[in-house]
Write a protein that binds this ligand. Sequence first.
Ligand SMILES: Cc1cc2nc3c(=O)[nH]c(=O)nc-3n(C[C@H](O)[C@H](O)[C@H](O)COP(=O)(O)OP(=O)(O)OC[C@H]3O[C@@H](n4cnc5c(N)ncnc54)[C@H](O)[C@@H]3O)c2cc1C
Length: 525
Amino acid sequence: MNETLQTDVLIIGNGIAGGTAALELARLGVSCLVISKGADESATNTWLAQGGIAALSEEESPDVFKQDIIRSGDGINHPPAVDQVVSRSRELVERILISKLKVPFSKKNGNFDLAREGAHSTRRVLNVKDMTGRVIQQHLVRAVRREAKINMLYRHQAIDLLTYPHHSTNPARQYDEPRVVGAYVLNLDSGRVWRVFARHVILATGGLSSIFLHSTNPTSAVGNGIALAQRTGARLANLEYVQFHPTSLYQKGEEEPFLISEAVRGEGAKLVNRKGDFFMGRYSDQADLAPRDEVSRAIYEEMIRHGDDYVLLDLASFAKINIEERFPTITEHCLNQGLDITARPIPVVPAAHYSCGGVLVDLRGRSSLEGLYAVGEVSCTGVHGANRLASVSLLEGLVWGARAAEDIAKRQKERVEAGLAEEIPPWRYPPQEDEPDPALIWQDMVTIRYTMWNYAGIIRTNRRLDRARSDLDYLRHRILKFYQKVAVTPAIIDLRDSVQTSLLVVEAARHNQVSRGAHFMASNP
Ligand SMILES: Cc1cc2nc3c(=O)[nH]c(=O)nc-3n(C[C@H](O)[C@H](O)[C@H](O)COP(=O)(O)OP(=O)(O)OC[C@H]3O[C@@H](n4cnc5c(N)ncnc54)[C@H](O)[C@@H]3O)c2cc1C
């Protein structure tokens, strides 16, 4: 069976970054294949984005927006990247999201109803109420489906990138510069692995926050793209900067995570531990309105001190607003879980939310490895520095998705070789494939998530990080042995990538003793 595909560009991921890259490539006359391991468009971080997308408004000076981004990033942002995200924001939001996709951003008196979010100096956030990401994603996928130059496949998961000389059976390749020429891709329905050859590969695989016990991301967001890139030798950066959100709904089961917006505290809600102590006053003069990082650390300390799995967020006793009207989505979601937030406090935990680091790329989205681009949350452009300004991540995905497409379109005249089927062998299935035991996978995944949460999470120490490294190293060794013997499945791919991504976050944290932005070392606060 010749399980081989050839395409100009392979895009791995169909969130805002991958979807934008595909649409822009099609506009510029380049065809591409987009794959997603999800069953539909809801399995993306883009789908979950609530607040909105920031863009430079006509009235404001670019410098104010840039300063807001750099202040949030604690000064270690890459200035040219910040310049680019701001200078291209209005044009790309208008051309792609408003004119082409016709995203119905909220309006008031005929003008866009721009929101002002935490740490933004002005109103510049376009939104579709509290479901901005979902609406953008739906419109994006609809447009992608209409383009003849785009082929889109759900339930296809990239296992490894194909590289010269590493995968080549041609010994003469060792003299070539290393180059990415495609990927091994698992068809989740047939269980077969295809070789997909491409002249360029764009990683748009999103974040990694689900390697932590508590996360706001879909459970599938385990940093596949980071692991794929690292195995090819691409440069990575800033992986220690994982942003935590202070309040996600505490759930015992395997339900998908749900964010409780910070606006709830803005409307008077107070955090209280399970002994009834309103504790935030002990941690900050601003009490419940302290910055995101301080609140996350305070909740974490309380949970550790009292051995509790969660704290409570009491809106019902303090709200001076109509809760159902102000927070319709949160009210409805909690009611569906049997919790009436107009009458009872909400159990919450902090949760890993956003990865500021990733595959290091330049202003065109090119990684350090020829043939490989990275866009969106999987990448590190330098825009966010040590911490992300709210509503700038969707924008970064849009801008770099478009930039990568522009760059690839310009390179169409270059004679770039895709991989050659006769040089790169088909996937080697183990001689006697056992089905992986789900109990082993589940337990290993739980171990990774607890290890990352307790040893490499909100408050880090050298001792905790050292322990995380040795535990994860041992686990990686076991997982790799297991991986080589069993049939390849989505769960085993995610497990292998999770342990690798976790080790990368831990290593990055161990090598950075300075608390800055989203990275907090207790020894050097
Ligand atoms: C709850 C929540 C609220 C947020 N609110 C906002 C907000 O208001 N404003 C804002 O700017 N940002 C917000 N963010 C962050 C923002 O949503 C993300 O950073 C952004 O959507 C990432 O887009 P992306 O295209 O890079 O990745 P994603 O949208 O996550 O898409 C990743 C894609 O890659 C696919 N994939 C992954 N691995 C593989 C593989 N191995 N093979 C094949 N496919 C693969 C996935 O299936 C998916 O299709 C929020 C995030 C969360 C979780």
